[in-house]
Write a protein of this length. Structure first.
Length: 98
């Protein structure tokens, strides 16, 4: 007999100092990048959205992956990607998980 686990999280990232750093011209590509990071961690992006100063992520994560590690990787990788795209630094700062 097997078991079934379904872990779904609502994660909110705010930009550092709530600066309006996520511009329209990069937003969709950022969302795609975050989705790729989640898939690389054996997760499934269900929904993503936001505005210039924050991102909402609804994702199903594998029980074999620690939530803290997944969130750390999403924040680090997407911040690095945004820095490379825009030349800014320190994109994500505040995180809430529900």
């Amino acid at each position: 007999m097997g078991s079934f686990t379904q872990l779904t999280y609502h994660i909110v990232f705010g930009t550092k100092y709530r600066r309006p750093s996520i511009k329209d011209n990069v937003r969709e590509r950022l969302y795609e990048y975050i989705g790729g990071t989640i898939r690389a961690k054996k997760g499934r992006l269900i929904e993503i959205g936001g505005v210039e100063d924050h991102v909402h992520i609804l994702a199903g994560l594998a029980p074999t992956e620690a939530l803290a590690n997944v969130v750390r990787d999403i924040k680090a990788n997407s911040s690095k990607w945004m820095n490379e795209q825009s030349g800014s630094s320190g994109l994500f700062y505040d995180t809430q998980i529900n």
